[in-house]
Design a binder for this molecule. Sequence first.
Ligand code: IFM
Length: 452
Amino acid sequence: MGVEFEQACRFGVATAAYQIEGAVEEGGRGPSIWDTFSHTAGKTDRGETGDLACDHYHRMEEDLDHMARLGVDSYRFSIAWSRIQAKGTGSPNRAGLDFYSRLVDGLLERGITAMATLYHWDLPQALEDKGGWRDRDTAYRFADYAEIMVGALGDRVADWVTLNEPWCSAMLGYASGVHAPGVRSKRGAVTAAHHLNLAHGMGVQALRAETSARVGVALNLHQFYPASDSEADMEALAIAQATANLLYIEPMMEGRYADATTQALSSLSWDWVRDGDLDLIHQPIDFLGLNYYAPSTVRAGATPQPEPTPWVGAEMVTWIPPRGPLTQMGWGIDPDSMTDLLVDVHRRYPGLDLVVTENGAAMPDRVGEDGVVHDQDRIDYLDSHLRAIHAAMDQGVPVRGYYVWSLMDNFEWAYGLEKRFGLIRVDYDTCDRTWKDSARWYQQFLATRTLP
Ligand code: IFM
């Protein structure tokens, strides 16, 4: 006896283009905002970049073989927009299309289904030069790009994800500026959030016009808890939810911005929302992707911020630092919060399939004398989160998929290469891949779909 998962739940691994591909100047790829940002002094730890990353561009076959050996049902990858359209507009680049086409064929040959994310943070720099996500036109360019991709891969991709974590694109990219393009503007960030929402809606339309595959979006909905049940802390909780979660999910799922969202952000003009936008954003989706790692606890009251906050509209809310155990990112480990999130989202949207599009942990891996990382901490994290998902399923939540972040160690954005989330260790000097204990553990789990 153990915790057994139904066949209806697909298991996989996830990655993203800039984090693994490298080959940033090959195959006609144009620069993205992450090339510019990571090459700007002081923006990433130790000045590290994704220039080489895992060199997946040249090692794709090997990586496909690792996935086949693991026994995954599905692989979630992202497409680098600037490999397809170097400047974000115009006719597609054949070499870029061929690369992703070979990837998808390689998956299918190995019996693995493809989940393609169209946008995982690497906007073509040429579009940023015109305002990036602050510019409405970027949403239209995204719809063109979606049309190109579904034309090229629509016959073979089982699941499409329009955007990965638009909160990060908008708030880390344009408010706190700790992510590319490194802008610090509240107005810019909320404008970007709206244009990302618009891009999602128009992207869904473009995909639907060409494919009957499943279409969804991957949101990093935050699971917030109040520090106490005082009225003030409950109010802080509502503001955090309105600004970090509802700003995205409510227009996508309900075709409106929640009153709580517009109130919390009422110092801004909202003049970027045009008639008809909310209908465009509100497109039926087949699944909601949730990227989930850790909860947050909030209380009433502002804390002085040394840097601009990404929590735009929630400046009067304090984030309480998590207490141990923590991952290498300093994030709390609290699997029950994942059950709570899944149950809450299901209660709100009962008919909607949910897919955990990312979950995993960076841990302070050490290579043992036998050359292997014995990462029991990561295994414990994954095991407990899978059990938490099962607990949600027991309460009737339709979780249709689970993707470990990540197949292999990779470029962790502003943190550079030090934070390792992979099941497979990457030696960044040689790019050699070595299975960690967690890879073997996942392989064993996948063989039975049962946790002992
Ligand atoms: O590495 C990131 C990924 O790109 C998006 N979701 C969170 C991961 C870990 O920080």
